[in-house]
Ligand binder design. Structure first.
Ligand SMILES: *Cc1c(COP(=O)(O)O)cnc(C)c1O
Length: 430
């Protein structure tokens, strides 16, 4: 054996990273450790676990072996040092900010975000006095302009909602670095198969595992991945959770003790321990299974999405198509830079005839499911104006990219001939 074995490639990691046959039974697939708690060897063992002097399982709110495999797998796929899997994408975001922010602090977010994140930032965080400043993800200078003394982080999506926007992570990472603050990237829409934000200078990556990584529309989950490069101890701002002696752990300083995976540890032992959004072992298991075929599914999702986008862009009942994979799209250049393997599976188009035909079109579809999700094996559709953005005025909807004629598709992995046939028959009836 030499130690020059090349590092396994992405597709191999997607199947194997973090998993070995179960040591006690030989089970080849990672078991569902459906237990709330774990027996201590003796009192000293218990004391060392509670004092964070040894790693081990205590209670499934904090760690669980099925969850641990999922965490190692996604950390390996993203190229991070460690990860923390939690109950949902929104819980992942919450724990990241819970670790970084104090009352009165600010962060900057690109306004092209998943609608639920906009709500979380605008409303839920107000109760903690964590204040969001909005910038334009297509204009890196707008982030720099929004920085103040109180700014503690920048948050963007790699491929941004509602689809079609590709964000220049590298340029925004440079803005964050200059300000001495971490860049957080929600990589849900791209998945690590299409984009690895750490390679462009991101410090923290989060995912909704509910979408492409789990991939089968059967479980909710989220994850925080620590890039391991941010210098908490040398940072110009004091991130208290990271650098102050911790009373609940005998004065331990997390950034000193845990080095390049300190952020993931802080989110777990302070955030998750105290606020509680743990992932169910069953969900961790289902998402792990989904993860094994991530590269195969993403390649097919993107191939199908490109074929559908091309077809729609030539259709006489279609006003416009916004998919970065089309060479005449304004984000085509950034697609080549940020996610050259594909522009993702979620995009929007405009149906001629506005609101009325938007509703009619969705009603005519058979293969597509009309629902509020993305990243399933199945093709999905939503008409935001009559559903998620219904309460807004027509003007507000336009501003949010959810105008009356906008249809959002999440293209599945079915045969593209059937996907296109379903769209054609639905458009014919408009
Ligand atoms: C779905 C989603 C979230 C929220 O994740 P949940 O698992 O639903 O909590 C966050 N960001 C993006 C981009 C999403 O698509």
């Amino acid at each position: 054996m030499t130690d020059q074995t090349p590092a396994p490639k992405f597709d191999t990691l997607a199947v194997h990273a973090g998993a070995t046959p179960d040591p006690s039974t030989g089970a080849r697939i990672t078991p569902i450790y459906q237990t709330s708690s774990f027996v201590f060897n003796d009192a000293d063992h218990a004391a060392s676990l509670f004092g964070l002097e040894a790693f081990g399982n205590i209670y499934t709110r904090i760690t669980n072996p099925t969850q641990a495999v999922l965490e190692s797998r996604i950390a390996a796929l993203e190229g991070g040092t460690a990860a923390l899997a939690v109950a949902s994408g929104h819980a992942a975001q919450f724990l990241v900010f819970h670790t970084l922010m104090e009352p009165g602090d600010e962060f900057i977010a690109g306004r092209q975000l998943y609608g639920g994140s906009v709500n979380q930032f605008n409303h839920a965080y107000k109760k903690f006095d964590w204040n969001v400043a909005w910038a334009d993800s297509t204009d890196p200078a707008s982030f720099e302009a929004a920085i103040t003394d109180k700014t503690r982080a920048i948050f963007i999506e790699s491929i941004a909602n509602p689809g079609g926007v590709i964000v220049d992570i590298e340029v925004i990472a440079a803005v964050a670095k200059k300000a001495g603050i971490p860049l957080i990237v929600d990589n849900t829409m791209a998945s690590p198969y299409l984009c690895k934000p750490f390679e462009f200078g991101a410090d923290i990556v989060i995912h909704s595992l509910t979408k492409f990584i789990g991939g089968h529309g059967n479980s909710i989950g989220g994850i925080i991945v620590d890039g391991g490069k941010f210098d908490w101890l040398g940072a110009k701002h004091r991130y208290k959770t990271m650098v102050e002696p911790n009373e609940s752990y005998n004065g331990l300083v997390i950034a000193e003790t845990f080095g390049d995976f300190a952020f993931a540890i802080a989110c777990r032992v302070m955030g998750l321990r105290d606020t509680g959004p743990a992932i169910a072992p069953m969900n961790a298991f289902l998402i792990l299974n989904g993860c094994e075929t991530l590269p195969l599914r993403m390649a097919r999702h993107c191939e199908n999405a490109l074929a559908v986008a091309k077809h729609l862009s030539q259709h006489d009942k279609v006003e416009w198509v916004n998919y970065a994979g089309l060479p005449d799209n304004k984000f085509y250049g950034l697609h080549q830079k940020i996610c050259p393997k594909g522009a993702g599976a979620v995009f929007t188009f405009g149906v001629k005839g506005g609101y009325e035909n938007g509703v009619k079109f969705v009603g005519n579809l058979n293969l597509f499911s009309h629902l509020a999700n993305i990243g399933d094996t199945r093709s999905l559709v939503i008409h935001p104006a009559s559903t998620t953005h219904r309460q807004l005025t027509s003007e507000q909807r336009d501003l949010a990219g959810a105008g009356d004629d906008v249809i959002r598709l999440s293209i599945g992995i079915e045969d593209k001939v059937d996907i296109i046939a379903d769209l054609d028959q639905a458009l014919a009836g408009c």
